[in-house]
Design a protein around this ligand. Sequence first.
Ligand SMILES: [Fe+2]
Ligand SMILES: [Fe+2]
Length: 258
Amino acid sequence: MTFDTATYQKHSARVETEDIDFATFRDQPLEPDALRCLRYMHDVESHTVCYLRDVLVTRAHRDPDITSFLTMWNYEEYWHGDAIGRVLAAHDEVAGTSRIAALRQRLPKGDRWRPLGFQVASALTPHLTAVHMTWGAVNEWTTQAAYARLVKLADHPTLATLLKRIMKQEGRHIDFYASQADGRLANSRAAQRVTRWALRKYWAPVGTGVVDDTEVDFLRTYLFGDEDGRSMAERIDRRVDRLPGLGGLHLLTDAVAA
Ligand SMILES: [Fe+2]
Ligand SMILES: [Fe+2]
């Protein structure tokens, strides 16, 4: 598994929305459950810069391959949040800066200590970057699967066009994180042990701790609670299983069952 940063630099861009007619949502609005999902996705995409903050305080910032990728990744995720915000706005929902400001005000008090926690963890183990890269792969796999499920469940052509474009970019994010995770885990049994321990102890679906727990539960049930959703969760678990030393964690199937 390899990732070519130069090719990614060439393709990295703001997700194309110029030709998307957001006014179609006025005539054909989304169902309330699909909108509820999009609120979650808007909030999580818009939170990417805060996840970036937590990575940059660790020794990962010394790796130029990682920082080059993260620069473009953050930019693309920003525009994912913005595009989803335009769908919400077409339904007269609050989106963008005012929604993000309110969300950040509601973050748990412990959020301010997260960078310090990551700094300390980075000083204690040289393998935190392996954990971050693996965590990123799992979250990007999950995000892409969530969009695929929403395309199917919402059954709305304009939304499908937008989300498939976003999914294409998520695919490149997956390629980066999975190749980094694979390489770092293959090189070190200690990295495997630390990453396995961290995922088992701390991993939770992306958005946990940022949006309300009721919304995490809703998304988990709505997107992954039926047979198709469960088989998608199993597929992600099989991808995790293929990473060196990470077999049998069942992160996604356990999260869905919970
Ligand atoms: Fe995204
Ligand atoms: Fe992504």
